[in-house]
Design a protein around this ligand. Structure first.
Ligand code: OSB
Ligand code: MG
Length: 390
């Protein structure tokens, strides 16, 4: 089939290119409103790398753009980590981009393709160029995507709690906030009984799913099948990222659909996982797959294969949250994403228009660019370092 978004990626058909200016690499420290615990660790603050660039159009107009790198502080979710991402951006990625000459967002990934790995670092650069390009052309990300939905349903990711009582208190709070779907982080020892208690609390009609972040092994099939009675939407990434065959075996053994997160790092790898029967549902995170343009390709691939998709999250600030909200407005995103209100993680955001939820939904941004305005004063307040790479 012809993918809907092929034109976005076709170098030959690209007519408007830009000259890239300096890149500002800015680190910010954002305390979390409450610690967030997953099977790979607990965090109480986020150390985030932002990328700001300026592009110059043919007529000399200069436009700024912002990208957010989703790498965590440690290589715990994936091999990338924020210090490493900053290093590879400065010393390897930006020099390649410069060597490529004039380009647009669609030219970023091809310019970096000879460098292996580092999808989150690459995605942050592409994102900054994409934001600038959309601002320069007065286009919202949603209209660039051809997204038709103006609001999207909002799901919330709930960390592992020490006690079921604490977990139920937290979940009730999110239900009261209006979230339309609950995702529970699980690990061995905090799984079946936690899910049973939450299902009883929220009743049979509120969508519920779990995320193991690779905490189980192939031999845990019968254990995980104990989740089947709770009518979960999906089990996210039960096994290690490289174990695609294991996920296929698990999908045959467990009734609840298996969803991949960490395992999916490209469109071609996603196609393979689908063909093997390992990926019944796909979590799409632009950072994990090298950028929004690859995320769109994975969306198109999944639509063509009848695989439901949803948009994951990485505790983004208002920058990434706005872009994710637009991405999730594409028609293949048929399940609620981890696109919660900014206040789920942060008391204050670095944008003047943070994502909020109304009746359990997020309004898709419509302003030019990825859909946010920087709150410069607050951004400066949380900035821990700034480094300019010419
Ligand atoms: O596995 O989806 C994940 C956060 C950090 C790293 C990995 C994951 C998560 C989440 C939070 O579940 C999603 C969010 O931003 O709301
Ligand atoms: Mg996940």
């Amino acid at each position: 089939m012809t993918l809907r978004h092929d034109a976005l990626h076709d170098n030959a058909r690209r007519d408007t290119t830009f000259e890239l200016g300096a890149f500002e690499l800015r680190r910010i420290a954002m305390p979390l409103v409450t610690p967030f615990r997953t099977s790979f660790g607990s965090q109480s603050a986020r150390d985030i790398l932002l990328v700001r660039t300026e592009i110059t159009a043919d007529d000399g107009t200069v436009t700024e753009g912002w990208g957010e790198c989703v790498a965590l502080s440690e290589p715990s979710y994936s091999p990338e980590y924020v210090d490493g991402a900053q290093h590879v951006i400065e010393h390897h990625l930006i020099p390649r981009l410069r060597a490529a000459g004039r380009l647009d967002a669609g030219g970023v990934a091809p310019a970096l393709a000879k460098l292996h790995g580092h999808p989150m670092a690459k995605a942050a650069l592409e994102m900054a160029v994409l934001d600038a390009q959309l601002r320069a052309t007065g286009t919202s990300f949603a209209s660039f995507l051809g997204a038709t939905n103006t609001t999207i349903p909002s799901g919330v990711s709930v960390g592992i709690h020490d006690t079921v009582d604490d977990l139920l208190r937290t979940v009730q709070g999110y239900v009261d906030d209006g979230y339309v779907r609950i995702k529970l982080k699980i690990e061995p020892g905090s799984d079946i009984d936690h899910v049973a208690a939450v299902r009883e609390l929220i009743g049979p009609d509120t969508p519920l799913q779990v995320d193991a972040n690779t905490a189980y092994r192939r031999t845990d099939g019968r254990h995980l099948a104990q989740l089947d009675p709770f009518d979960l939407l999906l089990i996210e990434q039960p096994l290690p990222e490289a174990d695609i065959v294991g996920h296929a075996l698990l999908a045959a053994e467990v009734d609840t659909p298996i969803c991949l997160d960490e395992s999916l790092v490209s469109a071609s790898g996603t196609a393979d996982a689908i063909e093997l029967g390992a990926c019944e549902i796909a979590n799409i995170k632009p950072g994990r797959v090298g950028g929004y343009l690859e995320a769109i390709r994975i969306h198109d691939l999944c639509v063509a294969n009848n695989i439901p998709v949803w948009c994951g999250g990485m505790l983004e600030t208002g920058i990434g949250r706005a872009a994710n909200a637009a991405l999730a407005a594409l028609p293949g995103f048929t399940l609620p994403g981890d696109i919660s209100a900014s206040t789920r993680f942060y008391a204050q955001d670095i944008v003047t228009d943070p994502i909020t939820i109304t009746d359990g939904h997020v309004t898709v941004p419509t302003s030019p660019g990825l859909g946010f305005d920087i709150d410069q004063a607050f951004l400066d307040q949380v900035t821990t370092s700034t480094h300019t790479v010419d």
